[in-house]
Design a protein around this ligand. Structure first.
Ligand SMILES: [Zn+2]
Length: 584
Protein backbone atom coordinates (compact mmCIF):
# COMPACT_ATOMS: atom_id res chain seq x y z
CA UNK A 1 0.00 0.00 0.00
CA UNK A 2 1.31 3.40 -0.86
CA UNK A 3 1.60 5.92 1.91
CA UNK A 4 -0.92 8.18 0.16
CA UNK A 5 -3.66 5.59 0.72
CA UNK A 6 -2.75 5.31 4.41
CA UNK A 7 -2.64 9.08 4.83
CA UNK A 8 -6.04 9.44 3.19
CA UNK A 9 -7.51 6.71 5.40
CA UNK A 10 -6.05 8.37 8.49
CA UNK A 11 -7.55 11.75 7.63
CA UNK A 12 -10.97 10.79 6.31
CA UNK A 13 -13.47 8.70 8.23
CA UNK A 14 -15.92 6.56 6.31
CA UNK A 15 -18.73 8.55 7.89
CA UNK A 16 -17.38 11.81 6.42
CA UNK A 17 -16.97 10.32 2.98
CA UNK A 18 -20.23 8.38 2.71
CA UNK A 19 -22.08 11.12 4.60
CA UNK A 20 -21.04 13.68 2.01
CA UNK A 21 -23.04 11.77 -0.60
CA UNK A 22 -26.04 10.37 1.28
CA UNK A 23 -27.92 11.03 4.50
CA UNK A 24 -26.85 8.68 7.32
CA UNK A 25 -28.89 7.83 10.40
CA UNK A 26 -27.36 6.53 13.61
CA UNK A 27 -28.25 2.92 14.46
CA UNK A 28 -26.41 1.79 17.58
CA UNK A 29 -22.69 2.00 17.01
CA UNK A 30 -23.29 1.99 13.25
CA UNK A 31 -25.11 4.15 10.78
CA UNK A 32 -27.74 3.18 8.25
CA UNK A 33 -29.19 4.70 5.13
CA UNK A 34 -31.14 3.92 2.01
CA UNK A 35 -28.68 2.26 -0.31
CA UNK A 36 -27.27 4.60 -3.00
CA UNK A 37 -26.59 1.62 -5.27
CA UNK A 38 -30.05 0.11 -5.54
CA UNK A 39 -33.62 1.30 -5.13
CA UNK A 40 -35.18 0.56 -1.78
CA UNK A 41 -37.84 1.85 0.56
CA UNK A 42 -36.41 0.67 3.88
CA UNK A 43 -32.70 1.14 4.61
CA UNK A 44 -30.47 -1.92 4.36
CA UNK A 45 -27.22 -0.04 3.82
CA UNK A 46 -24.95 0.02 6.89
CA UNK A 47 -21.80 1.99 7.62
CA UNK A 48 -19.49 1.08 10.49
CA UNK A 49 -17.07 3.76 11.70
CA UNK A 50 -15.26 1.16 13.80
CA UNK A 51 -14.60 -1.08 10.84
CA UNK A 52 -14.24 1.77 8.32
CA UNK A 53 -16.56 -0.26 6.09
CA UNK A 54 -20.00 -0.25 4.54
CA UNK A 55 -22.26 -3.07 3.48
CA UNK A 56 -25.66 -3.30 1.84
CA UNK A 57 -27.77 -6.33 2.74
CA UNK A 58 -30.02 -5.60 -0.22
CA UNK A 59 -27.57 -5.62 -3.12
CA UNK A 60 -24.50 -7.03 -1.37
CA UNK A 61 -22.23 -4.11 -2.21
CA UNK A 62 -19.63 -3.31 0.38
CA UNK A 63 -16.10 -2.07 0.98
CA UNK A 64 -14.11 0.94 2.15
CA UNK A 65 -13.98 4.63 1.21
CA UNK A 66 -12.12 3.88 -2.01
CA UNK A 67 -14.58 1.31 -3.33
CA UNK A 68 -17.45 3.58 -2.28
CA UNK A 69 -16.15 6.50 -4.35
CA UNK A 70 -15.26 4.19 -7.25
CA UNK A 71 -18.75 2.76 -7.29
CA UNK A 72 -20.64 6.00 -6.75
CA UNK A 73 -18.61 8.27 -9.02
CA UNK A 74 -18.12 5.56 -11.62
CA UNK A 75 -14.33 5.99 -11.62
CA UNK A 76 -11.48 3.51 -11.30
CA UNK A 77 -9.17 3.21 -8.30
CA UNK A 78 -6.83 5.96 -9.50
CA UNK A 79 -9.83 8.23 -10.04
CA UNK A 80 -11.09 7.55 -6.52
CA UNK A 81 -7.61 8.12 -5.14
CA UNK A 82 -7.49 11.56 -6.78
CA UNK A 83 -10.93 12.57 -5.50
CA UNK A 84 -10.18 11.43 -1.95
CA UNK A 85 -6.66 12.89 -1.94
CA UNK A 86 -8.15 16.26 -2.76
CA UNK A 87 -10.78 15.87 -0.03
CA UNK A 88 -8.13 14.90 2.50
CA UNK A 89 -5.60 17.48 1.37
CA UNK A 90 -3.05 14.77 0.62
CA UNK A 91 -0.58 15.44 -2.18
CA UNK A 92 -0.15 12.47 -4.49
CA UNK A 93 3.47 11.69 -5.27
CA UNK A 94 2.72 10.74 -8.81
CA UNK A 95 0.87 13.92 -9.61
CA UNK A 96 3.92 15.77 -10.96
CA UNK A 97 4.96 12.67 -12.82
CA UNK A 98 1.50 12.46 -14.39
CA UNK A 99 1.66 16.06 -15.56
CA UNK A 100 4.95 15.35 -17.29
CA UNK A 101 3.72 12.10 -18.88
CA UNK A 102 2.33 12.03 -22.42
CA UNK A 103 -1.23 11.72 -21.16
CA UNK A 104 -0.71 14.55 -18.70
CA UNK A 105 0.89 16.83 -21.31
CA UNK A 106 -1.94 16.06 -23.76
CA UNK A 107 -4.52 16.99 -21.15
CA UNK A 108 -2.77 20.33 -20.46
CA UNK A 109 -2.50 20.97 -24.20
CA UNK A 110 -6.21 20.28 -24.73
CA UNK A 111 -7.16 22.59 -21.84
CA UNK A 112 -5.15 25.30 -23.54
CA UNK A 113 -6.89 24.62 -26.86
CA UNK A 114 -10.34 24.77 -25.22
CA UNK A 115 -9.55 28.24 -23.87
CA UNK A 116 -8.27 29.33 -27.29
CA UNK A 117 -11.43 28.15 -29.06
CA UNK A 118 -13.66 29.79 -26.44
CA UNK A 119 -11.99 33.17 -26.99
CA UNK A 120 -12.42 32.74 -30.74
CA UNK A 121 -16.14 32.06 -30.30
CA UNK A 122 -16.63 35.31 -28.42
CA UNK A 123 -15.09 37.16 -31.39
CA UNK A 124 -17.35 35.46 -33.92
CA UNK A 125 -20.85 36.98 -33.86
CA UNK A 126 -22.14 34.69 -36.60
CA UNK A 127 -21.21 31.57 -34.69
CA UNK A 128 -22.69 32.98 -31.47
CA UNK A 129 -25.91 33.83 -33.28
CA UNK A 130 -26.01 30.38 -34.80
CA UNK A 131 -25.82 28.77 -31.34
CA UNK A 132 -28.50 31.13 -30.08
CA UNK A 133 -30.66 30.20 -33.07
CA UNK A 134 -30.32 26.52 -32.15
CA UNK A 135 -31.78 27.44 -28.77
CA UNK A 136 -28.64 27.41 -26.59
CA UNK A 137 -28.59 29.82 -23.67
CA UNK A 138 -25.43 31.76 -22.86
CA UNK A 139 -24.93 29.85 -19.62
CA UNK A 140 -25.18 26.55 -21.51
CA UNK A 141 -22.45 27.66 -23.93
CA UNK A 142 -20.29 28.46 -20.90
CA UNK A 143 -21.12 25.24 -19.05
CA UNK A 144 -20.12 23.06 -21.99
CA UNK A 145 -17.16 25.32 -22.88
CA UNK A 146 -18.24 25.47 -26.50
CA UNK A 147 -15.76 27.23 -28.79
CA UNK A 148 -14.98 28.08 -32.37
CA UNK A 149 -12.08 26.96 -34.56
CA UNK A 150 -11.20 29.78 -36.97
CA UNK A 151 -11.27 29.05 -40.68
CA UNK A 152 -7.51 29.16 -40.89
CA UNK A 153 -4.76 26.61 -41.63
CA UNK A 154 -2.64 27.29 -38.57
CA UNK A 155 -4.68 29.12 -35.94
CA UNK A 156 -4.65 26.70 -33.03
CA UNK A 157 -1.29 25.26 -34.13
CA UNK A 158 0.47 28.59 -33.93
CA UNK A 159 -1.20 29.45 -30.64
CA UNK A 160 -0.17 26.19 -28.99
CA UNK A 161 3.40 26.50 -30.25
CA UNK A 162 3.59 29.88 -28.55
CA UNK A 163 2.42 28.12 -25.38
CA UNK A 164 5.45 25.84 -25.60
CA UNK A 165 4.00 22.72 -27.25
CA UNK A 166 5.83 21.05 -30.12
CA UNK A 167 4.39 20.24 -33.56
CA UNK A 168 4.66 16.62 -32.61
CA UNK A 169 2.64 17.07 -29.40
CA UNK A 170 -0.07 19.08 -31.17
CA UNK A 171 -0.35 16.43 -33.84
CA UNK A 172 -0.44 13.56 -31.32
CA UNK A 173 -3.26 15.31 -29.44
CA UNK A 174 -5.26 15.12 -32.68
CA UNK A 175 -5.38 18.87 -33.32
CA UNK A 176 -3.17 19.04 -36.38
CA UNK A 177 -2.36 16.93 -39.43
CA UNK A 178 1.18 16.51 -40.77
CA UNK A 179 1.82 17.27 -44.43
CA UNK A 180 4.97 17.67 -46.56
CA UNK A 181 4.66 21.45 -46.30
CA UNK A 182 4.23 21.42 -42.49
CA UNK A 183 1.33 20.69 -40.14
CA UNK A 184 -2.08 22.27 -40.48
CA UNK A 185 -5.11 22.48 -38.17
CA UNK A 186 -7.49 19.52 -38.27
CA UNK A 187 -10.50 21.60 -37.18
CA UNK A 188 -11.14 24.66 -39.35
CA UNK A 189 -14.31 26.77 -39.52
CA UNK A 190 -16.03 24.58 -36.95
CA UNK A 191 -18.07 24.94 -33.77
CA UNK A 192 -15.98 23.08 -31.19
CA UNK A 193 -17.45 20.83 -28.51
CA UNK A 194 -14.84 19.68 -25.98
CA UNK A 195 -15.08 16.05 -24.88
CA UNK A 196 -14.20 14.97 -21.33
CA UNK A 197 -13.68 11.62 -19.68
CA UNK A 198 -15.72 10.52 -16.67
CA UNK A 199 -13.32 12.23 -14.25
CA UNK A 200 -13.66 15.54 -16.08
CA UNK A 201 -10.30 15.65 -17.88
CA UNK A 202 -10.43 16.86 -21.50
CA UNK A 203 -9.73 14.13 -24.04
CA UNK A 204 -10.67 15.65 -27.40
CA UNK A 205 -13.17 17.53 -29.51
CA UNK A 206 -16.13 17.08 -31.75
CA UNK A 207 -16.26 19.85 -34.38
CA UNK A 208 -19.39 20.81 -36.32
CA UNK A 209 -18.97 22.46 -39.70
CA UNK A 210 -19.72 26.19 -39.73
CA UNK A 211 -19.18 28.49 -42.71
CA UNK A 212 -15.97 26.94 -44.00
CA UNK A 213 -14.22 28.85 -46.77
CA UNK A 214 -11.19 26.63 -47.05
CA UNK A 215 -11.81 23.00 -47.92
CA UNK A 216 -9.44 20.35 -49.12
CA UNK A 217 -9.94 19.23 -52.71
CA UNK A 218 -13.47 19.19 -53.97
CA UNK A 219 -14.91 16.87 -51.35
CA UNK A 220 -17.85 18.08 -49.34
CA UNK A 221 -16.57 18.50 -45.77
CA UNK A 222 -18.04 16.17 -43.12
CA UNK A 223 -20.74 17.69 -40.91
CA UNK A 224 -18.97 16.50 -37.79
CA UNK A 225 -15.38 15.48 -37.27
CA UNK A 226 -13.99 14.07 -34.05
CA UNK A 227 -10.54 13.74 -32.53
CA UNK A 228 -8.85 10.62 -33.93
CA UNK A 229 -7.48 7.87 -31.68
CA UNK A 230 -4.90 9.41 -29.31
CA UNK A 231 -3.31 8.46 -25.99
CA UNK A 232 -6.37 9.87 -24.23
CA UNK A 233 -9.15 9.59 -26.85
CA UNK A 234 -10.73 6.28 -27.80
CA UNK A 235 -14.01 6.69 -29.69
CA UNK A 236 -15.39 3.36 -28.51
CA UNK A 237 -15.06 4.57 -24.92
CA UNK A 238 -15.81 8.29 -25.20
CA UNK A 239 -19.28 9.18 -23.93
CA UNK A 240 -20.10 12.84 -24.43
CA UNK A 241 -21.36 14.53 -21.31
CA UNK A 242 -20.56 11.65 -18.94
CA UNK A 243 -18.58 13.95 -16.62
CA UNK A 244 -21.64 16.19 -16.18
CA UNK A 245 -24.28 13.45 -16.19
CA UNK A 246 -22.81 10.84 -13.84
CA UNK A 247 -24.23 12.11 -10.56
CA UNK A 248 -27.75 12.52 -11.96
CA UNK A 249 -27.52 9.13 -13.67
CA UNK A 250 -26.75 7.52 -10.33
CA UNK A 251 -29.44 9.48 -8.53
CA UNK A 252 -32.17 8.70 -11.06
CA UNK A 253 -30.81 5.22 -11.78
CA UNK A 254 -31.41 6.10 -15.41
CA UNK A 255 -29.25 7.11 -18.36
CA UNK A 256 -30.77 8.94 -21.30
CA UNK A 257 -28.77 8.35 -24.45
CA UNK A 258 -28.90 10.64 -27.50
CA UNK A 259 -27.05 10.65 -30.82
CA UNK A 260 -25.76 14.18 -31.29
CA UNK A 261 -23.94 17.06 -29.63
CA UNK A 262 -26.86 19.45 -29.82
CA UNK A 263 -29.23 16.77 -28.52
CA UNK A 264 -26.98 16.26 -25.51
CA UNK A 265 -26.57 19.93 -24.70
CA UNK A 266 -30.22 20.79 -25.16
CA UNK A 267 -31.27 17.81 -23.04
CA UNK A 268 -29.11 19.13 -20.19
CA UNK A 269 -30.53 22.61 -20.69
CA UNK A 270 -34.07 21.16 -20.46
CA UNK A 271 -33.27 19.65 -17.06
CA UNK A 272 -32.62 16.05 -18.08
CA UNK A 273 -29.05 16.19 -16.84
CA UNK A 274 -28.71 12.41 -16.80
CA UNK A 275 -28.17 12.50 -20.58
CA UNK A 276 -25.04 11.35 -22.45
CA UNK A 277 -24.35 11.05 -26.18
CA UNK A 278 -22.51 8.78 -28.53
CA UNK A 279 -21.34 10.78 -31.49
CA UNK A 280 -19.98 9.45 -34.74
CA UNK A 281 -20.14 5.86 -33.50
CA UNK A 282 -22.66 3.27 -32.37
CA UNK A 283 -23.15 2.42 -28.71
CA UNK A 284 -20.32 0.02 -27.89
CA UNK A 285 -19.93 -2.60 -25.16
CA UNK A 286 -17.43 -0.31 -23.43
CA UNK A 287 -19.95 2.53 -23.38
CA UNK A 288 -22.59 0.18 -22.09
CA UNK A 289 -20.46 -1.09 -19.22
CA UNK A 290 -19.69 2.49 -18.19
CA UNK A 291 -23.42 3.25 -18.14
CA UNK A 292 -24.23 0.01 -16.34
CA UNK A 293 -22.00 0.99 -13.44
CA UNK A 294 -24.13 4.08 -12.88
CA UNK A 295 -27.70 3.21 -13.85
CA UNK A 296 -29.96 0.23 -14.47
CA UNK A 297 -32.30 1.94 -16.87
CA UNK A 298 -31.17 2.96 -20.34
CA UNK A 299 -33.53 5.28 -22.20
CA UNK A 300 -32.48 5.80 -25.80
CA UNK A 301 -33.70 8.83 -27.73
CA UNK A 302 -32.54 7.52 -31.10
CA UNK A 303 -34.28 7.82 -34.40
CA UNK A 304 -36.17 4.52 -34.61
CA UNK A 305 -34.97 3.82 -38.17
CA UNK A 306 -31.47 5.14 -37.68
CA UNK A 307 -28.33 3.29 -38.63
CA UNK A 308 -27.06 4.17 -35.16
CA UNK A 309 -29.77 2.09 -33.52
CA UNK A 310 -29.10 -0.93 -35.76
CA UNK A 311 -25.37 -0.67 -35.16
CA UNK A 312 -25.99 -0.57 -31.41
CA UNK A 313 -27.86 -3.90 -31.41
CA UNK A 314 -25.09 -5.88 -29.73
CA UNK A 315 -24.66 -3.41 -26.90
CA UNK A 316 -28.44 -3.29 -26.42
CA UNK A 317 -28.52 -7.08 -26.29
CA UNK A 318 -25.76 -7.00 -23.70
CA UNK A 319 -27.74 -4.48 -21.65
CA UNK A 320 -30.80 -6.76 -21.70
CA UNK A 321 -28.69 -9.73 -20.67
CA UNK A 322 -27.40 -7.69 -17.72
CA UNK A 323 -31.03 -7.16 -16.69
CA UNK A 324 -31.04 -3.49 -17.62
CA UNK A 325 -34.34 -1.91 -18.57
CA UNK A 326 -33.76 -0.69 -22.14
CA UNK A 327 -36.31 1.77 -23.48
CA UNK A 328 -36.78 3.88 -26.56
CA UNK A 329 -38.19 7.39 -26.71
CA UNK A 330 -40.62 8.01 -29.51
CA UNK A 331 -40.55 11.56 -30.78
CA UNK A 332 -43.24 11.31 -33.43
CA UNK A 333 -42.26 13.03 -36.64
CA UNK A 334 -39.49 15.13 -35.13
CA UNK A 335 -36.19 13.53 -36.03
CA UNK A 336 -33.98 14.75 -33.23
CA UNK A 337 -34.38 15.74 -29.58
CA UNK A 338 -32.58 19.10 -30.01
CA UNK A 339 -35.34 20.48 -32.24
CA UNK A 340 -38.13 19.21 -30.00
CA UNK A 341 -36.49 20.73 -26.93
CA UNK A 342 -35.88 24.07 -28.62
CA UNK A 343 -39.53 24.62 -29.45
CA UNK A 344 -41.36 22.57 -26.83
CA UNK A 345 -39.19 21.38 -23.94
CA UNK A 346 -42.25 19.90 -22.19
CA UNK A 347 -42.82 17.59 -25.17
CA UNK A 348 -39.33 16.24 -24.66
CA UNK A 349 -39.94 15.58 -20.97
CA UNK A 350 -43.22 13.82 -21.80
CA UNK A 351 -41.58 11.73 -24.50
CA UNK A 352 -38.89 10.58 -22.07
CA UNK A 353 -41.53 9.85 -19.44
CA UNK A 354 -43.51 7.76 -21.95
CA UNK A 355 -40.61 5.76 -23.34
CA UNK A 356 -41.35 2.15 -24.31
CA UNK A 357 -39.46 -1.05 -23.65
CA UNK A 358 -37.31 -1.69 -26.72
CA UNK A 359 -39.24 -4.86 -27.60
CA UNK A 360 -42.59 -3.09 -27.33
CA UNK A 361 -41.19 -0.22 -29.37
CA UNK A 362 -40.21 -2.47 -32.27
CA UNK A 363 -43.42 -4.50 -32.12
CA UNK A 364 -45.56 -1.35 -32.12
CA UNK A 365 -43.52 0.17 -34.91
CA UNK A 366 -43.86 -2.97 -37.07
CA UNK A 367 -47.59 -3.13 -36.35
CA UNK A 368 -48.05 0.46 -37.52
CA UNK A 369 -46.48 -0.34 -40.90
CA UNK A 370 -49.43 -2.46 -42.14
CA UNK A 371 -47.21 -5.30 -43.33
CA UNK A 372 -48.53 -8.54 -44.78
CA UNK A 373 -48.66 -11.37 -42.26
CA UNK A 374 -45.71 -13.07 -43.91
CA UNK A 375 -43.44 -10.02 -43.94
CA UNK A 376 -44.53 -9.08 -40.44
CA UNK A 377 -43.64 -12.52 -39.12
CA UNK A 378 -40.23 -12.44 -40.83
CA UNK A 379 -39.46 -8.99 -39.44
CA UNK A 380 -40.39 -10.06 -35.91
CA UNK A 381 -38.02 -13.03 -36.18
CA UNK A 382 -35.21 -10.92 -37.57
CA UNK A 383 -35.58 -7.69 -35.59
CA UNK A 384 -37.37 -8.50 -32.38
CA UNK A 385 -36.62 -12.07 -31.30
CA UNK A 386 -32.84 -11.51 -30.88
CA UNK A 387 -33.70 -8.91 -28.22
CA UNK A 388 -36.28 -11.12 -26.54
CA UNK A 389 -33.71 -13.91 -26.47
CA UNK A 390 -31.18 -11.56 -24.80
CA UNK A 391 -33.49 -10.81 -21.87
CA UNK A 392 -32.33 -12.63 -18.78
CA UNK A 393 -35.60 -12.96 -16.91
CA UNK A 394 -37.83 -15.82 -18.12
CA UNK A 395 -40.88 -14.05 -16.75
CA UNK A 396 -40.20 -10.97 -18.84
CA UNK A 397 -39.43 -13.15 -21.85
CA UNK A 398 -42.76 -14.94 -21.39
CA UNK A 399 -44.58 -11.60 -21.37
CA UNK A 400 -43.18 -10.76 -24.81
CA UNK A 401 -43.70 -14.27 -26.16
CA UNK A 402 -47.34 -13.88 -25.23
CA UNK A 403 -47.60 -10.52 -26.97
CA UNK A 404 -45.87 -11.81 -30.11
CA UNK A 405 -48.08 -14.90 -30.29
CA UNK A 406 -51.16 -12.66 -30.17
CA UNK A 407 -49.82 -10.33 -32.85
CA UNK A 408 -48.81 -13.17 -35.17
CA UNK A 409 -51.91 -15.22 -34.28
CA UNK A 410 -49.84 -18.31 -33.54
CA UNK A 411 -49.47 -20.37 -30.36
CA UNK A 412 -47.01 -19.35 -27.66
CA UNK A 413 -45.36 -22.73 -28.12
CA UNK A 414 -44.54 -21.82 -31.72
CA UNK A 415 -42.91 -18.55 -30.59
CA UNK A 416 -40.87 -20.40 -27.94
CA UNK A 417 -39.73 -22.82 -30.66
CA UNK A 418 -38.56 -19.91 -32.83
CA UNK A 419 -36.89 -18.35 -29.85
CA UNK A 420 -34.91 -21.53 -29.26
CA UNK A 421 -33.25 -21.13 -32.65
CA UNK A 422 -32.73 -17.38 -32.31
CA UNK A 423 -29.23 -16.05 -31.69
CA UNK A 424 -29.26 -13.41 -28.94
CA UNK A 425 -28.48 -9.84 -30.04
CA UNK A 426 -25.29 -9.70 -27.98
CA UNK A 427 -23.68 -12.55 -29.91
CA UNK A 428 -21.40 -11.49 -32.74
CA UNK A 429 -21.73 -13.08 -36.17
CA UNK A 430 -18.80 -15.34 -35.40
CA UNK A 431 -20.69 -16.68 -32.40
CA UNK A 432 -18.62 -14.95 -29.74
CA UNK A 433 -20.69 -13.45 -26.95
CA UNK A 434 -19.62 -9.97 -25.97
CA UNK A 435 -19.02 -8.83 -22.43
CA UNK A 436 -18.12 -12.36 -21.36
CA UNK A 437 -15.25 -11.33 -19.18
CA UNK A 438 -17.64 -9.12 -17.26
CA UNK A 439 -20.16 -11.78 -16.41
CA UNK A 440 -17.64 -14.49 -15.66
CA UNK A 441 -16.42 -13.47 -12.27
CA UNK A 442 -14.53 -16.24 -10.56
CA UNK A 443 -17.26 -18.91 -10.62
CA UNK A 444 -16.47 -20.74 -7.37
CA UNK A 445 -16.93 -17.45 -5.54
CA UNK A 446 -20.64 -17.75 -6.06
CA UNK A 447 -21.26 -21.27 -4.83
CA UNK A 448 -23.19 -21.93 -1.66
CA UNK A 449 -20.19 -23.78 -0.27
CA UNK A 450 -17.90 -20.81 -0.77
CA UNK A 451 -20.43 -18.42 0.78
CA UNK A 452 -20.71 -20.62 3.86
CA UNK A 453 -16.92 -20.78 4.21
CA UNK A 454 -16.82 -17.01 3.94
CA UNK A 455 -19.50 -16.67 6.60
CA UNK A 456 -17.81 -19.02 9.09
CA UNK A 457 -14.44 -17.39 8.50
CA UNK A 458 -15.96 -13.93 9.12
CA UNK A 459 -17.70 -15.19 12.27
CA UNK A 460 -14.45 -16.58 13.66
CA UNK A 461 -12.49 -13.42 12.84
CA UNK A 462 -15.16 -11.30 14.53
CA UNK A 463 -15.07 -13.47 17.66
CA UNK A 464 -11.26 -13.35 17.68
CA UNK A 465 -11.47 -9.54 17.85
CA UNK A 466 -13.85 -9.79 20.79
CA UNK A 467 -11.90 -12.51 22.63
CA UNK A 468 -8.82 -10.28 22.72
CA UNK A 469 -10.76 -8.04 25.08
CA UNK A 470 -11.98 -10.83 27.34
CA UNK A 471 -10.10 -12.84 29.96
CA UNK A 472 -12.70 -15.63 29.92
CA UNK A 473 -10.59 -18.72 29.21
CA UNK A 474 -13.63 -20.95 28.54
CA UNK A 475 -14.75 -18.68 25.77
CA UNK A 476 -11.28 -18.68 24.25
CA UNK A 477 -11.18 -22.48 24.29
CA UNK A 478 -14.62 -22.74 22.71
CA UNK A 479 -13.50 -20.45 19.93
CA UNK A 480 -10.38 -22.55 19.41
CA UNK A 481 -12.54 -25.68 19.07
CA UNK A 482 -14.73 -24.06 16.46
CA UNK A 483 -11.75 -22.95 14.43
CA UNK A 484 -10.37 -26.47 14.67
CA UNK A 485 -13.63 -27.92 13.31
CA UNK A 486 -13.60 -25.38 10.48
CA UNK A 487 -10.04 -26.32 9.53
CA UNK A 488 -10.93 -30.03 9.53
CA UNK A 489 -14.02 -29.51 7.43
CA UNK A 490 -12.29 -27.61 4.67
CA UNK A 491 -9.30 -29.96 4.47
CA UNK A 492 -5.56 -29.48 4.50
CA UNK A 493 -4.07 -26.24 3.36
CA UNK A 494 -7.34 -24.74 2.28
CA UNK A 495 -7.68 -22.69 5.43
CA UNK A 496 -4.56 -20.70 4.56
CA UNK A 497 -5.83 -20.22 1.02
CA UNK A 498 -9.18 -18.89 2.19
CA UNK A 499 -7.53 -16.77 4.86
CA UNK A 500 -5.23 -15.16 2.33
CA UNK A 501 -8.11 -14.62 -0.08
CA UNK A 502 -10.52 -13.06 2.43
CA UNK A 503 -8.12 -11.10 4.64
CA UNK A 504 -7.97 -7.99 2.44
CA UNK A 505 -11.72 -7.55 2.94
CA UNK A 506 -11.65 -8.53 6.62
CA UNK A 507 -13.41 -5.42 8.00
CA UNK A 508 -16.21 -5.52 5.51
CA UNK A 509 -16.78 -9.26 5.93
CA UNK A 510 -16.92 -8.97 9.72
CA UNK A 511 -19.43 -6.15 9.33
CA UNK A 512 -21.62 -8.47 7.24
CA UNK A 513 -22.02 -10.87 10.18
CA UNK A 514 -21.68 -8.36 13.00
CA UNK A 515 -24.76 -6.34 12.03
CA UNK A 516 -27.32 -9.16 11.77
CA UNK A 517 -25.89 -11.31 14.58
CA UNK A 518 -24.75 -8.82 17.23
CA UNK A 519 -28.16 -9.10 18.90
CA UNK A 520 -28.25 -12.92 18.88
CA UNK A 521 -28.78 -14.46 22.34
CA UNK A 522 -26.65 -17.53 21.73
CA UNK A 523 -23.84 -16.72 19.39
CA UNK A 524 -22.02 -20.00 19.89
CA UNK A 525 -25.10 -21.82 18.65
CA UNK A 526 -25.20 -19.57 15.58
CA UNK A 527 -21.60 -20.42 14.75
CA UNK A 528 -22.24 -24.13 15.28
CA UNK A 529 -25.22 -24.01 13.00
CA UNK A 530 -23.19 -22.21 10.32
CA UNK A 531 -20.55 -24.93 10.65
CA UNK A 532 -23.26 -27.60 10.33
CA UNK A 533 -24.60 -26.01 7.17
CA UNK A 534 -21.09 -25.90 5.77
CA UNK A 535 -20.49 -29.56 6.59
CA UNK A 536 -23.80 -30.55 5.01
CA UNK A 537 -23.03 -28.58 1.86
CA UNK A 538 -19.54 -30.08 1.53
CA UNK A 539 -21.00 -33.57 1.99
CA UNK A 540 -23.68 -32.95 -0.61
CA UNK A 541 -21.02 -31.94 -3.10
CA UNK A 542 -18.77 -34.88 -2.29
CA UNK A 543 -21.31 -37.64 -2.09
CA UNK A 544 -22.04 -37.26 -5.80
CA UNK A 545 -18.36 -37.56 -6.67
CA UNK A 546 -18.09 -40.68 -4.51
CA UNK A 547 -21.03 -42.21 -6.36
CA UNK A 548 -19.35 -41.57 -9.73
CA UNK A 549 -16.17 -43.20 -8.41
CA UNK A 550 -18.13 -46.33 -7.44
CA UNK A 551 -19.63 -46.48 -10.93
CA UNK A 552 -16.23 -46.07 -12.55
CA UNK A 553 -14.62 -48.74 -10.38
CA UNK A 554 -17.49 -51.10 -11.20
CA UNK A 555 -16.94 -50.48 -14.90
CA UNK A 556 -13.25 -51.27 -14.54
CA UNK A 557 -14.04 -54.36 -12.49
CA UNK A 558 -11.96 -53.09 -9.53
CA UNK A 559 -13.77 -54.70 -6.58
CA UNK A 560 -11.35 -53.30 -4.01
CA UNK A 561 -11.97 -49.71 -5.10
CA UNK A 562 -15.72 -50.32 -5.25
CA UNK A 563 -15.60 -51.40 -1.60
CA UNK A 564 -13.59 -48.38 -0.46
CA UNK A 565 -15.81 -45.85 -2.21
CA UNK A 566 -18.92 -47.72 -1.12
CA UNK A 567 -17.84 -47.39 2.54
CA UNK A 568 -17.16 -43.68 2.06
CA UNK A 569 -20.47 -43.26 0.31
CA UNK A 570 -22.40 -44.96 3.10
CA UNK A 571 -20.64 -42.92 5.80
CA UNK A 572 -21.45 -39.69 3.99
CA UNK A 573 -25.06 -40.68 3.39
CA UNK A 574 -25.51 -41.53 7.06
CA UNK A 575 -24.12 -38.17 8.17
CA UNK A 576 -26.33 -36.39 5.65
CA UNK A 577 -29.35 -38.22 7.03
CA UNK A 578 -28.47 -36.94 10.50
CA UNK A 579 -28.53 -33.38 9.21
CA UNK A 580 -31.84 -33.97 7.49
CA UNK A 581 -33.41 -35.39 10.67
CA UNK A 582 -32.07 -32.47 12.70
CA UNK A 583 -33.60 -29.85 10.45
CA UNK A 584 -36.88 -31.75 10.02
ZN1 LIG B 1 -27.82 -1.85 -1.95
Amino acid sequence: MSSAVEQIKARLSIIDVVGSYIKLDKAGTNYKAKCPFHNEKTPSFYVSPGRESYHCFGCDKGGDIFSFVEELEGVDFIGALKILAEKAGVKLENEDKYEKSEKGRTSVLLTSAIEFYRRELVKNTNALNYLKGRGLKGETVTKFKIGYAPDDWRAVGNYLKKQGFSDDEIEKAGLSIKSPSGSYDRFRGRIMFPVYNISGSPIGFSGRIFEPKITEGKQEPAKYINTPQTVVYDKSRALFGIDKAKVEMRKKNECILVEGQFDLIMAHQAGTENTVAVSGTALTEDHLMMINRLAEKLTMAFDGDSAGLKASARAIGLALSLEMDVRLVSMGNAKDPADVIKDRPEDWLNAVENSKHIVDFFLDSLTSHNLTKDVFSKQVKKQVLPYVKSIKSRIEQAKFVNKISELLKVTEGAVWEDLKETVPAFVENNGVAVGKEIKQRSPNENTKEFNLKKMVWSFLEWQKDISIQTSDQNKKNALGDKEQRFRELIKDGEYEKIDRFLSPKRNQLILEVEIPFSGATNLEKEIDSALDSLEEEILKNEVGTEWLKIKEAEKNGNAEKVAIHMTNFQKMSKRLDEFKKRSA
